[in-house]
Structure formats: C-alpha cells, structure tokens
Ligand binder design. Sequence first.
Ligand SMILES: C[S@@+](CC[C@H](N)C(=O)[O-])C[C@H]1O[C@@H](n2cnc3c(N)ncnc32)[C@H](O)[C@@H]1O
Length: 271
Amino acid sequence: MSKYKADEIEAFYSKDAAPEWRRMVKTPEEEVKLQVHNHYLQSYLNPGMDVLEVGAGPGRFTQTLHELGCRILVSDISMVQLAANRENAKNLGFYESVTDWVKADVTNLKSFSSDSFNAIVAYGGPLSYVFDQAERSLLECHRVLRSGGLVIASVMSLWGTLHRFFHNISSRDFSELIKTGDVTPETEPYTGHYFHMYRAEELRCVLEATGFEVIGMSASNSLSSIHIDTLENIRQDPEKWRELIGMEIEACASPGLVESGTHIIVVARKR
Ligand SMILES: C[S@@+](CC[C@H](N)C(=O)[O-])C[C@H]1O[C@@H](n2cnc3c(N)ncnc32)[C@H](O)[C@@H]1O
C-alpha cells in the first residue's frame, strides 16, 4: 500500500495559507533559501515561456515567475492555497501573468493536455509528499511538457535535514529514518507533516527512469545552515549579504555539498 495520503496532505495545507506565505522570508536563513531557489528560475526561464507551477502554495515563486515574464498556470492540491495565491496575485500585481488557478495533484495532471508547457516548477516538496508515487508524478510531468521542457523542483534532503537538525540526534533513534527516508505517521505521529527525504542519487535515478536528463543540482542551503546566528548581522550589510548569497549559490551547486541543505533543487530536461 502506498504511503502517500493525498487527503491528509490536502488537509494539512488547507488549515491556513498564511504560514506558507511567510515561510521563506521569516528568518535570514529562509531568505537565503529563497534566493537560491530564485537563482534557478532566473537561470533557466525566459519571458513568454508557458510554466505549470505545481504545489504553488500562496505564490512566493509565482511572483518570481511573473517578474521573469512567464505565462503561469498555477496549480495546487489545496483550494485554500489556490485562493491565497489568487488573492496575492491581485494585491501584488501578478494576476495578469496567471492564465488560471487549477486544483491538481501532481500524481495526476489529467486537467492538462500533453505537450503544453515549456517548464514545470515544483518547489517546496510536492515530489516529497507523494512518497512512492514520485515516478508516476514525473511521468505525468513528462507528458504535459513540450519537447526539451524543464522540470525545476525542490525536494526534502535526507542528509541535509539531519545535518541541520543534528542537535536532535542524541534524543532519538534515526535508523529507520535513514533506511527509508520516510517521515510517516508511524515515525512522527505528532507532526501531521509526512514526506519522503531524498538522497541526490535517488532523485537522479527517478528522473532518468522517467525520461529526463538531470542538468543541474543544488542544495538549499549549505554554508549558512550551521551558522544561522551570524546571519542576522550579515543581513544588515547589503554588500556582505550579496556576497554571502553569491557564495551560497556557488557552494550549494558544488557536487560535495548538494545533499547538505534541507532541500535539494534539481533541474531536469525532457529527453
Ligand atoms: C511547502 S509548500 C510550497 C509552496 C510553494 N511552492 C513554495 O515553495 O513556496 C507545498 C505546497 O505543495 C502542495 N502540495 C503538496 N502535495 C501536493 C501534491 N501531491 N500535488 C500538488 N500539490 C501538492 C501543498 O498544498 C502546498 O501548497
């Protein structure tokens, strides 16, 4: 039986969209992650591209896609997140760039025709929430992408998450988590937040098995993840902050550090 529970994920994200809107600007550490994620949209997307955003949430990256001049179809499993996205689009001026807001689960993109998009953006873990349904989801992404189209996604990282939360290591047994990469109601009964954490090689394998070529991988974030106390000070100095972001972007893409952040960003092209 699949570990993916669509109803529970939908319910989790339908409680309130406000925390999700604040998430990536809440702390300097999250701001670093926002910049690293934005870097990949800025590097690979061009004005006029048709982009399907999967698991768009309230629109932190819909706004970036608008700034890049893309035509965006916003989708999410939660109507609450979609409503927040539409509201933010009206209030923040990206409404005109969105062609529609559609409720859709990444495991089944039947609302969308084949060969329709230049790129799919799935940031913030939709491919982690679907557990063993990732392959099916990526086959759907492959179907709706045009030839040479891109998937730009981020998933939860196994080693990076343990790296970031290493201080908890003495308080519990991580062996099952390390073996499966799965955070489930059995391992974490109290969080209500269940997802699969990837190893970089595993992510590459599932993309290659579904007809993609991986052309970029990055951590989010790396260097700054263990020095979060110093970030607030650096944040006060715009020049130092710019330098830090540049350094992070380079470090995060270094093969030795790709698994060192809480997330792995991947860019893959439809073969
Ligand atoms: C952590 S939020 C990320 C939101 C946004 N992409 C970002 O990075 O700021 C995850 C989003 O994915 C959506 N989601 C989770 N599982 C999904 C699925 N199977 N299909 C589509 N959307 C999903 C949730 O409703 C939520 O809005």
